[in-house]
Design a protein around this ligand. Structure first.
Ligand SMILES: Cc1cc2nc3c(=O)[nH]c(=O)nc-3n(C[C@H](O)[C@H](O)[C@H](O)COP(=O)(O)OP(=O)(O)OC[C@H]3O[C@@H](n4cnc5c(N)ncnc54)[C@H](O)[C@@H]3O)c2cc1C
Length: 274
């Protein structure tokens, strides 16, 4: 058994190496991969480093945001155009983890991790995936997350999404037992654009309420076309658990997650503190 380390200088080269050998894993920030190495779960294969500067690039000044998959949580926090995402990036681990943890790696992080992916789901992001030496294709994040378990995704090069027109339309909350850096009991992200004070195209996503981040479609339906008032918040709470499959893990039981989700959702929608 042996572990190699290879370096690719371009995204095409990295995608080609990943496609050619199933035992190769990209080392993005390494916060999860290196744990697998250190704890003996990944001992035979290749760790691939990618040094292409485009992998870490952020373009966020315009209406459409592109985050290179290799951009870190710390880089998001340092970017003023991404202020609406700062609470999300700040929710990932402690300062040392945020310095290394990347957007791309978070898309692969198993529940109850994946807090940033929850926000990207509520933002209707497209995941750019390059398989082999061809060019990257855009996959809707929901489809990407559904396919994730089947493996063989290729190289994620970037994520893209439309910036919320009004930062206040985007809300995020992570519920954890240990503050500030505990693992999620659950997380909730909501993008609630409104026109004439009625919500249009509501997007609500949960973390740690299913094996991957999921859309809360019942909640979205309850809010669609309504003003965000006590009646619509109540209707959203009643639909809060539709489509969820929370697990029992070291952080919380399935029962507890089901009990408290409507409460936290209601507070998030009503703009209340925790
Ligand atoms: C102490 C600690 C605390 C943590 N706290 C949190 C937390 O609060 N919230 C949270 O969401 N996560 C948390 N994490 C998990 C993790 O740090 C983050 O999810 C992080 O964003 C993962 O990114 P990474 O770049 O480090 O991934 P890596 O470890 O580099 O990669 C993870 C997996 O994704 C694959 N991968 C990575 N990037 C790509 C790509 N571009 N294309 C294809 N495959 C890719 C890798 O090959 C690997 O299989 C924590 C981890 C630790 C160790």
């Amino acid at each position: 058994m042996a572990l190699d380390v290879r370096v690719a200088t371009s995204m095409a080269e990295a995608a080609g190496i990943l496609a050619a050998d199933q035992r190769t894993r990209l080392l993005s920030g390494g916060t999860l991969v290196m744990r697998d190495v250190n704890e003996g779960r990944f001992l035979d294969g290749t760790l691939l480093r990618l040094t292409d500067p485009a992998y870490r690039q952020i373009n966020a000044s315009g209406a459409r945001v592109e985050l290179g998959a290799g951009a870190t949580m710390a880089m998001v926090l340092a970017n003023r155009d991404l202020a609406f995402l700062h609470p999300v990036a700040r929710a990932v681990g402690g300062p040392a983890i945020r310095q290394m943890a990347t957007i791309g790696g978070n898309l692969f992080a198993e529940t109850p991790y994946g807090d940033f992916a929850v926000a990207l789901l509520a933002l209707d992001a497209q995941v750019m995936v390059q398989s082999g030496y061809g060019s990257a294709r855009a996959i809707a994040i929901e489809e990407f997350l559904n396919a994730r378990e089947r493996g063989g995704a290729g190289l994620v090069t970037a994520v893209q999404f439309a910036k919320p027109q009004n930062a206040a339309d985007f809300r995020f909350r992570k519920i954890s037992r240990v503050k500030p850096k505990g693992i999620s009991v659950m997380s909730i992200a909501a993008h609630l654009p409104n026109s004439g004070s009625r919500i249009t195209q509501a997007r609500v996503a949960y973390g740690a309420m299913a094996p991957t981040p999921v859309r809360a479609r019942g909640v979205e339906r309850a809010l669609e076309g309504k003003p965000l008032d006590a009646a619509s918040v109540q209707a959203a709470k009643a639909a809060a658990l539709e489509g969820t499959r929370p697990a029992t893990d070291a952080i919380a039981t399935e029962w507890y997650r089901r009990e408290v989700m409507p409460v936290h959702l209601g507070r998030l929608l009503a703009g209340e503190g925790r």
